[in-house]
Design a protein. Structure first.
Length: 423
C-alpha cells in the first residue's frame, strides 16, 4: 500500500517536472510587450527581454514601444487597443490606481493570485506594494521596480562654482533663486507639460506634508480648501524661478536634465529614471557627475511609484506572458533591470543578492525606501486613476493661463468629484 502510493507520488512529481521542463522549451509563437521605454529608456527593458529570450528561444518577442516620457502617448494608444479588443500580451502600467482604478475595475485584467502563490511572491514584495496591485482579493500585476518621484538633481561642480547651497526647504529655494538668475542660469528647469505636473506633486507634498497629501486622496482634505489654494500659490512662486514661459514646452525630461548637467540650469525635480539616464546613457558617476537630494521640503518622505506588467484578460499569448511575468518577478530579472534603470527592485530580497551591482545613488534610494514615510505619486499612477490624471492637465492649464490659485483649486475639486479619485 505504502509502496503503491509512493510510486504514485513519484509519478506525479516526475510529470510535474517534465511539464515545467517542457513549458520552458516548448513555448513558441509570439509575445508582445507594450511600454513607453523607447530610445535611451529602453536599455533596462532590453536586459529583461534578453533573459526572456534566453529562457524561451522559440518565442518571437515584439517590443512594442510608444515614445513619450511618463507614458503620455503610450497610454492613449493602449486605451484604443484595450477598448478595441486588441490588447498586447502585457503592458507597462503603474501599480496603484492606474492599474486597479482604471483596468482592473473594468474587468480587463486577469487575476494573477495563483502565480503569486506558486512563485512565493506574496512573501517577497512589501505589503504596501502588494496592496497597490490588489483589488477585491485578487492580485493583478507584477511590479518590476520602485521609482522615487521627489528627487532634486544638480551638478555638484556647478553648485560649487556658483557658491550656492542645495536648498532643503521651499523657502531656501526661493531665497537662492535670484542669485542663480543673476548668473544667467535657470534656477529650476522644467520641460514638457507632464514634467510641470511632476514638479507640482513634490511642491504639494512639501506644502501639505505627508499627512495632508494622504488626506487629499482619502477624501479628508477639501481640494478647493485653503491648504490646496496655498499649494497653488507656492507652486506659482516656484514656477517663477523656472523656464516655464520660455523653452519648457519643447524639452523632454532628458533635455531638461541635460541642461542641469551642462550648467544652463541649477536644479531639476524629476523621478530617479534621471539617475538611470545620467548613469546608463550619459556615463556619469552618482555623487560626482551628478548630485541628488530629496526635493526641497520633502525630506524624510519617499514619493513612490512602481512600474509593473500584467496579463490583459483577453491577451492572445497567455503561456508566453506568464513566462514573461516570471522573469519580471525573479531576483535575476529585477537585478538586471534596476541596476540600469535608476530604480530599486520591488522585491525586498534582490539588492542583497547582488549588492555590488547597485551604485551609490541606488544604495541610498534602497536605504531611504526602508526608512522613509512612503506616499503615493499622483503623476505616475499610484494615487489616482487615469481619469483624474488626464483631467489634472486641464487644472494645470487653468492655473498657467490664469495664475489664479483659487481657480486652480476649484477646478481640482471638480475633477476630484468627477473622477472619484479623492476619496
Ligand atoms: C514614469 C515611469 C518610469 C519612466 C518615466 C519617464 O512614469 O514610471 O519608469 O519611464 O515615466 O518616462
Amino acid at each position: 500500500m505504502v509502496k503503491r502510493s509512493l510510486i504514485a507520488v513519484v509519478a506525479v512529481l516526475s510529470l510535474l517536472f517534465t511539464s515545467i521542463g517542457f513549458a520552458q522549451d516548448d513555448l513558441s509563437g509570439q509575445l508582445e510587450i507594450f511600454s513607453w521605454w523607447a530610445g535611451d529608456e529602453g536599455t533596462a527593458l532590453e536586459a529583461l527581454l534578453a533573459i526572456y529570450s534566453e529562457q524561451n528561444p522559440n518565442v518571437e518577442v515584439i517590443n512594442a514601444t510608444v515614445t513619450g516620457g511618463s507614458g503620455v502617448n503610450a497610454r492613449a494608444v493602449l486605451k484604443t487597443r484595450m477598448l478595441g479588443g486588441n490588447p498586447p500580451d502585457s503592458f507597462q502600467v503603474h501599480a496603484g490606481q492606474e492599474l486597479t482604478g482604471t483596468w482592473v475595475v473594468a474587468n480587463r485584467m486577469a487575476d494573477l493570485t495563483d502565480l503569486f502563490t506558486s512563485e512565493g511572491w506574496l512573501e517577497v514584495f512589501p505589503q504596501g506594494v502588494l496592496d497597490a496591485i490588489t483589488y477585491e482579493g485578487g492580485v493583478y500585476s507584477v511590479p518590476v521596480n520602485i521609482h522615487r518621484s521627489n528627487v532634486l538633481w544638480y551638478n555638484p561642480a556647478k553648485i560649487e562654482e556658483w557658491g550656492i547651497a542645495v536648498p532643503t526647504t521651499i523657502q531656501e529655494f526661493l531665497d537662492v533663486c535670484p542669485a542663480i538668475q543673476a548668473n544667467g542660469v535657470t534656477p529650476l528647469v522644467v520641460g514638457e507639460s507632464w514634467t510641470v505636473n511632476h514638479l507640482w506633486e513634490s511642491v504639494a507634498l512639501a506644502v501639505l506634508g505627508a499627512d495632508g497629501w494622504d488626506a487629499l486622496w482619502a477624501g479628508e482634505l477639501d481640494p478647493a480648501g485653503a491648504e490646496i489654494v496655498s499649494v497653488w500659490e507656492t507652486f506659482g512662486e516656484v514656477l517663477a524661478c523656472t523656464n516655464i514661459t520660455s523653452d519648457a514646452a519643447g524639452l523632454s525630461w532628458q533635455q531638461a536634465i541635460d541642461k542641469v548637467v551642462g550648467g544652463e540650469a541649477a536644479f531639476n525635480v524629476m523621478g530617479d529614471w534621471a539617475a538611470g539616464y545620467m548613469t546608463t546613457t550619459l556615463g556619469l558617476e552618482p555623487g560626482v557627475g551628478y548630485g541628488y537630494a530629496q526635493s526641497f521640503g520633502t525630506s524624510g518622505t519617499f514619493l513612490w511609484l512602481s512600474d509593473s506588467f500584467g496579463l490583459p484578460a483577453d491577451a492572445p499569448n497567455v503561456d508566453n506572458t506568464i513566462a514573461w511575468l516570471k522573469v519580471l518577478g525573479s531576483v535575476e530579472g529585477q537585478n538586471a533591470f534596476n541596476t540600469l534603470k535608476g530604480s530599486i527592485p520591488a522585491r525586498t530580497d534582490a539588492v542583497d543578492a547582488d549588492p555590488e551591482a547597485y551604485n551609490a545613488y541606488l544604495q541610498s534610494a534602497a536605504a531611504d525606501w526602508g526608512t522613509s514615510r512612503l506616499v503615493s505619486s499622483l503623476v505616475h499612477g499610484t494615487a489616482a486613476n487615469e481619469r483624474f490624471m488626464g483631467d489634472f492637465n486641464q487644472v494645470m492649464e487653468i492655473f498657467l493661463a490664469s495664475g489664479s490659485a483659487s481657480a486652480a483649486a476649484n477646478a481640482m475639486a471638480a475633477v476630484c468629484a468627477q473622477s472619484g479619485a479623492c476619496g
